[in-house]
Design a protein around this ligand. Structure first.
Ligand code: GLC
Ligand code: CA
Length: 573
């Protein structure tokens, strides 16, 4: 698609200067009153998204699914679940996006399927037959599972195949059996399916749990990291043999021929291997950066995590940017459907002000990489309100709650941990208006709306003098401004004022032009003085004023400024 490449930059891929937005379909907008968001709901909001500055839509799964893991358990890769609409709605979505110069990216969940998928049903019927080879089936050991690996959502990674003595392997819930990628027929099937969607007009994929495709086929026990003697399955991944052949097959047979955009859900890649996964020669176009989302991790369970610490968080972002360097293009997020809401998570309690939220927004969007927004982030949606453990819908939250209790935490402590981290925080319905159910549905929402919707909603934000969405619009417009593309899209990244305990700042520098932009934020309360004597021009400021005195910039509480720096950029203050 050469017409979409950056001006005069024939070598830049088409997606590099784009803005992506993730939709969690179940919670976006319900068009028919059944309480579940759907494709027609999304269709009716394309102008809203275009106006915000979005180019690429990533849809969390809409395939037929029993919804044990909210669609990440797929029973038919070629369909649309009736609760979301029809294949005609999907075609209309692709068409209407195209008409607006936008693209669709689907979720590709191929490390596992649903236990209701015909492949697994056939494997149950005849484990020794061809479909038995589609999964990992193994005999047990001493009357128990084949090894001590613990699944992501708790319990053993192995469950009895119904009607058989064999066990099948699952990284996530027991209803999500892992597909056996060693089997060339599985790989052929998946590549065929991926090409079917690409031929249909989908522009790429977000690759779910993609590192899990390759297993250590010895399936040996791992070091216990839980009182019950089990070992988190994720711990066994670094030792896993080469995954490259599988990923290269997808790239060669599907992604490259379609010039597709791909983003890998990849946690903790060794810095030395970044370019193998995400560089111009890498398996994927880009990789999500989750480093800063898990920087407070200090054990296998949520209750073991440390409280938020600004410098740890900031330095994790710096570290990822530095690891990626100028070769790997990251996808930067503050939120997604597995993470809490960013104002409730990355800002200390009570600091989720307009300034705090807009500072977070700019810090993330102007990093080197593709900005990914998550629905509702553009109006500053907050964590949900959960009174008791029964209020949680998400199976991983329930597991974490149980784990905290069995480790001796009180119910109140376990609740506090889950309130902070639950994936359900991001899954409450989108808040469109101050009316009934926040305008999300005319029926009963599948999941309760956050009670703060009367004040916090798209309509109220639009008429506010301190509109978060208004800030995002200006921010995304700046990121996409062709005048700044060499700096803000393709330019390099360098941390600034790293020694300052409450400053989050970085330089973006145009490689050929040498032009420089400073993103400078006081991430804290009160006033911060930063010595700065260069000429500059303010491109964005989340406060109405920027104080500059005696060679110092004086920043207020959570003030962020974006400054074009250097000779020729000065302006009178
Ligand atoms: C990914 C998804 C998550 C899902 C899991 C299993 O991490 O983002 O929502 O539960 O994979 O498919
Ligand atoms: Ca609906």
């Amino acid at each position: 698609m050469p017409e979409e490449r950056g001006a005069g930059q024939a070598s830049s891929p088409w997606w590099q200067n784009k803005i992506a937005y993730q939709i969690y379909p179940k919670s976006f907008l319900d068009s028919n009153g059944d309480g579940i968001g759907d494709l027609p709901g999304i269709l009716s909001k394309l102008d809203y998204l275009k106006d915000l500055g979005v180019d690429i839509l990533w849809l969390s799964p809409v395939y037929p699914s029993p919804m044990v893991d909210q669609g990440y358990d797929i029973s038919d890769y070629y369909g649309v679940d009736p609760c979301f609409g029809s294949m005609e709605d999907m075609d209309a979505l692709i068409r209407e996006l195209k008409r607006r110069g936008m693209r669709l990216v689907m979720d590709l969940v191929v490390s596992h399927c649903s236990d209701q998928h015909p492949w697994f049903q056939e494997a149950i019927r005849d484990p020794a037959g061809k479909y038995g080879q589609y999964f990992y089936l193994k005999p047990g050991r001493n009357g128990g599972p084949p090894n001590n690996w613990r699944a992501e959502f708790g319990g053993s990674c192995w469950d009895r195949l119904p009607g058989s003595d064999l066990y099948y392997f699952h990284t996530f819930a027991k209803e999500q059996p892992d597909l056996n990628w060693e089997n060339p027929e599985i790989r052929r099937n998946i590549c065929g399916m991926v090409n079917w969607w690409l031929d249909k007009g989908v522009s790429g994929f977000r690759l779910d749990a993609i590192i899990n495709l390759k297993k250590d086929l010895t399936f040996r026990d791992g070091p216990a990291d839980s009182p019950d003697g089990t070992c988190a399955v994720a711990k066994m991944l670094p030792q896993t043999p080469e995954i490259g052949a599988f990923l290269n097959q997808l790239k060669r047979e599907c992604f490259l021929p379609h010039d597709a955009f791909t983003v890998g859900e990849v946690f903790s890649i060794a810095p030395g291997r970044m370019t193998e996964f995400g560089g111009p020669e890498g398996y994927f176009s880009t990789l999500f950066d989750f480093g800063h989302c898990v920087a407070d991790r200090s054990g296998a369970y949520w209750y073991q995590y440390k409280p938020f610490d600004f410098q740890t968080w900031r330095d994790a972002i710096f570290q990822s940017q530095e690891n990626a360097g100028n070769f790997v293009f990251l996808s930067n997020i503050l939120e997604n459907h597995d993470q809490p809401r960013s104002p409730s998570f990355f800002l200390p309690e009570g600091d989720d002000s307009y300034e705090g939220i807009t500072a977070l927004a700019a810090l993330s969007v102007l990093l080197r990489g593709i900005p990914f927004l998550y629905q509702g982030q553009e109006i500053g949606m907050r964590n949900g309100s959960f009174r008791t453990a029964e209020d949680f819908e998400d199976l991983s939250t329930r597991d974490q709650y149980r784990a905290a209790l069995s480790a001796g935490r009180t119910e109140a402590e376990a609740m506090a941990v889950c309130r902070r981290r639950s994936r359900d925080n991001a899954r409450t319905p989108m808040q469109w208006t101050g009316g009934k159910h926040a305008g999300f549905t005319s029926g009963t929402p599948w999941f309760p709306v956050n009670p703060n919707y009367r004040k916090l909603n798209v309509e109220a934000d639009a008429v506010s003098k301190r509109s978060v969405r208004g800030w995002y619009k200006r921010l995304l417009a700046l990121r996409k401004d062709p005048k700044w593309e060499d700096v803000l899209v393709r330019g390099g990244f360098r941390p600034a004022f790293r020694e300052e305990p409450e400053i989050f700042a970085y330089w973006r520098t145009g490689e050929s032009s040498g032009r420089r932009v400073l993103v400078l934020c006081h991430y804290g309360r009160g006033t911060a003085s930063v010595p700065f004597a260069e000429p500059f021009r303010v491109l964005l400021n989340n406060c109405d004023h920027l104080e500059c005195r005696e060679g110092c910039l004086r920043l207020r509480t959570y003030q962020i400024v974006v400054l074009a720096c250097g000779a020729g950029e000065e302006e009178a203050l």
